[in-house]
Design a protein around this ligand. Sequence first.
Ligand SMILES: Nc1nc2c(ncn2[C@@H]2O[C@H](COP(=O)(O)OP(=O)(O)OP(=O)(O)O)[C@@H](O)[C@H]2O)c(=O)[nH]1
Ligand SMILES: [Mg+2]
Length: 809
Amino acid sequence: MFTRFKATREQKKLLKAIKKNPDDSSALAQLGWNAYAEHDEDEASRYFTRAIEARSEAFAATDALYGLALIDLEHKRYAEAREMLRQIIKDSPDFQRRAEVHLALGQANEWLWRTSSWKNEKEKAESDLLQRARDHYQQALERKTEQRDSANFFLGKLLYDSQQQEEAISYLQQVSNSTMLDQVEACEANALLGRYFWTVKQDAAKGREFLEMALKKNPKQNLLADIQRQLGDIAYAQTDDDLATQCYEQALTAYKDVQTEEVLETLVNLSELKYRHHWLKAAIDYAERGLQIPTESKTIPPRLLKILAQSYAGIKDYVNAAAYEQQYFQSTKDPDEKAASLLRLGVNYELQEQVKDAVDAYRKGLKFAKRNLEASKLNAALGRLYLHDGRFNQAINHIKEAVEKAEEDKAHAAAVYRLLGECHTARKETEKAIEAYGKILVDFPETGEEPVAREALKDFRKQFKKELQEIERAQKQEDADLQVKAGDAEEVERLLELIDEILDEKGFFERLKEGLAKTHLSFVARIEELLAKSTDVDDELIENLEEALILSDIGVATSQCIIEHLQESVERKELQDPRQIKFYLKREVQAILQGSEKRLDIEREKPFVILVIGVNGTGKTTTIGKMASKFKAMGKNVLLVAGDTFRAAAIEQLEIWGERAGCEVLKHTSGADPSAVMFDAIQAAKSRNVDVVIADTAGRLHTKKNLMEELKKMVRVIARELPGAPHETLMVVDATTGQNAISQAQLFHEGVGLSGLILTKLDGTAKGGIIVGIANDLNLPVTYIGIGEKVEDLREFHAKEFVDALFED
Ligand SMILES: Nc1nc2c(ncn2[C@@H]2O[C@H](COP(=O)(O)OP(=O)(O)OP(=O)(O)O)[C@@H](O)[C@H]2O)c(=O)[nH]1
Ligand SMILES: [Mg+2]
């Protein structure tokens, strides 16, 4: 209110002044500027022109001329503006607003440069106009006035657009935080910086930082769209799909109805994101919008067509899917993509029960497929169709081809082996069928085919057992065919043995489950009981749950950690039904254990030295024996070291294991210094081409200081003789110890530094939950778990397998 009042009062004063003296240039110029500020440019022009004509005061006339030039600039009359501005520079060296004049001249030249037509890029880059624009900005900059930052910005932007990006960036960076720039300039400066760091430097963090800064300055529609699109690109590249989707959708809204390549790129990325997250209708919507936009691009249309084909197939609209698939097939040049497309098309036809078309598509696909996997998938599809059609000879040929090239995709390979099993079964090639199913159990155990293969093998077993019974019966009845049947019996028994062998390989899971039965009872079953009594997930249930967890050996801290996560899920309303708790609990436990898996990389060094330590009787020597057998089976030359010179018969015990595994044992006499044994062992390993050295040690209590010192000395000797060794220092922990195990491991870790744990005797204990506490509290990985005394009872620790065995009823 106040300023307005002042303005009108000043206005009145000025009008009075020119009434008195119509040639008062100063008042006329000021009136011009006032009108200019009110965006009344006609009026401003009139006052400015009168001020120039009056010429009563030189400064005012110059000022008015500058005003006129600015109006011309705004109306894109660059040449006229430039003339006037040049005149000011020439005639009025003392004009106070000289920096502004240079800035305006810079802009006039810049816009003349931008709007002229150039023969080629070179001519454009070497143009005088460009040079002049730069010079004037530079002059404005050097004057260190309020316009300094604007000059900096204009110069930066001009350099950026004239292919001098590095130089441009240094100017723009100086003003990215400036308060002297107006909102629009500040926004553009940061947007340019963001684009530069992201697209030129591939620096996502810096790019995002500047783009977000630009976003805060309220960018105009088009710039907003660009900024959001680039933020989307960054998120997309970093696979932050949610953020990418959000940014792209905002960009699209800001782009409105324009149809540029940028919009098209946004659409194709968005449709891929939607497809990836199974929002198929949205994927289709964006992709079809993308297809409407004319483009020069060779890559985008095929991408759109592929998404459309796959999305329509996903929503079971096979007609549209097939139509787009055919277009995709035509548009892509890559032979393997063509093959993959025909594979999808074939599946599509099968779903529409057009089997003949499907066969044609698969056959045609085989002509294109160069990559193994595509060829294998096409062969498998053909094999499957022929198999179902009863044409076993054709089927087996395709399936065999498929098997050869299937390995790189486990799920697919498993499916192919199942087909092979089915095909051999159909051809009555029983042993080959068993082998095919066996392959799935041994090599692809974590695929969906595993239970199928297991069932198939069990069916064979049942069938053979029945056959055996029949043979027996026939023998008792002294059947005439006795001789023949006896021969059959041998064959059937052999196959039965084969099946048992295969099924037993995976029997570890069953044994693990059996072994964990008590832990299951004390942990899972107790919780199930609790849940059965509850109807709501309320505070009482959570409290009881916490109590149950704490009682189950997983430790207080870990229990609280799990409970906190559960509570978060309750708050987010994901977890509302007590029946869900078991699932959530399982997920939590698995998440904790997942981080604790560790595979020994014995190929890493040669010789690879493993030192095994722990409290008395935890299973060190037994575990070493089992590990030796494993490494031996992998074809490694293993040396066992009898480092336990203390306990009676310890050396003999290791020798028995060594014999069983078929590897050498290096020993001294009982009572010798274990460090001396280690010294000899390392020398021997180096000279005898040993791959893996496993050193046994005497059991010791973590509280016995002198025994800890002895252990440290062994480590020192090993490290001195072979720098970097021991490569693994593994502590064997007896699971039946329960919570004590954690403090034991802690003290050993402080003493010699552990690289991992082996948890033994998980069979039969109720305290198996300790493994969760160990994983959560100690930050030490678990390499192996032991569930019994035999060689096959030691296995690498798989979090998923463990949790499945623990939670399964
Ligand atoms: N049930 C079961 N018993 C095991 C397991 N691992 C080892 N054992 C048994 O635990 C007992 C002790 O095993 P050792 O290998 O001698 O233990 P150690 O740590 O070498 O013992 P010291 O050398 O005396 O410290 C033996 O009877 C093993 O058979 C396992 O995973 N489950
Ligand atoms: Mg021992």
